[in-house]
Design a protein around this ligand. Structure first.
Ligand code: PGA
Length: 251
């Protein structure tokens, strides 16, 4: 059966020292509770190895926020999936809307990234979601379906089964404007149907689909109570151990 997961996405926040401190705090807080979900923090590349050294990997997973679309070589400034894996990280966020929007990442590029992540034993947390105009003109389901088909439907059922998906409506990211629990459920159920049509019901039922976009301790419980919402990808609220734990404990 699919897992419930709460994953933090720190984005471009915290210095190394601040990040190590935050990771330690989350790690300590997790020891005090028995979370009903898996917990992962996705942190800047510069923090990965140090954070890996201070967390208990049985309680807290570690991920990167991106990886390169090439295996190795002359790509100055890029970080490969193998490099990410060599830090001890187990997850990687791919296809985040900020990468799509500001760094021109399209489905062709993302396909390469997903393949390289899987080849290096990393679990991709693959993000999909529509912009406000697409929500308003009613094309949002088709947009998300196309994002999934284009980047992921070349995978074997076995490889697809290794993914975590994150539905993040772009209009809800960092805006304080959360999708309602019914809007999230509509999309998550739709996504599961799209997966079932391609890979069958078992693969679809076993895929964790997280919601992301202004998820907070105050709205997490209602979102997570929906049958097709298997957790959250948390940006702003993951930068504070107490609010992140408030979301973890919403399960
Ligand atoms: P947010 O970001 O929680 O700050 O809206 C979510 C995300 O972009 O992953």
């Amino acid at each position: 059966m699919r897992k419930n997961i709460v994953a933090g996405n720190w984005k471009m926040n915290t210095t190394l020292q601040e990040g190590v401190k935050l990771a330690k705090e989350v790690n300590e807080e997790l020891k005090k509770v028995t979370p009903k979900c898996e917990v992962v923090i996705c942190v800047p590349f510069t923090h990965l190895a140090s954070v890996n050294g201070v967390i208990d990997s049985n309680n807290l997973g570690l991920g990167a926020e991106n990886c390169a679309d090439h295996k190795s070589g002359a790509y100055t400034g890029e970080i490969s999936a193998a490099m990410v894996a060599s830090t001890g990280a187990t997850h990687v966020i791919l296809g985040h809307s900020e990468r799509r929007q500001y760094y021109g990442e399209n489905s062709e590029i993302l396909k390469e990234k997903v393949n390289l992540a899987l080849a290096n034993g990393l679990t991709p947390i693959f993000c999909i979601g529509e912009v406000l105009e697409q929500r308003e003109n009613g094309s949002y389901l088709e947009v998300v379906k196309a994002q999934i088909e284009e980047a992921l439907f070349g995978l074997s059922p076995e490889d697809f089964g290794k993914l975590i998906l994150a539905y993040e409506p772009v209009w809800a990211i960092g805006t304080g404007k959360t999708a309602t629990d019914d809007q999230a459920e509509e999309m998550h159920a739709f996504i599961r149907g799209v997966i079932a049509d391609k890979y069958g019901k078992e693969v679809a039922d076993n895929t964790s689909i997280l919601y992301g976009g202004s998820c907070k301790p105050t709205n997490a419980a209602a979102l997570f109570a929906k049958p097709n919402v298997d957790g959250g990808l948390i940006g702003g609220a993951s930068l504070d151990a107490e609010s992140f734990m408030g979301i973890v404990n919403a399960f």
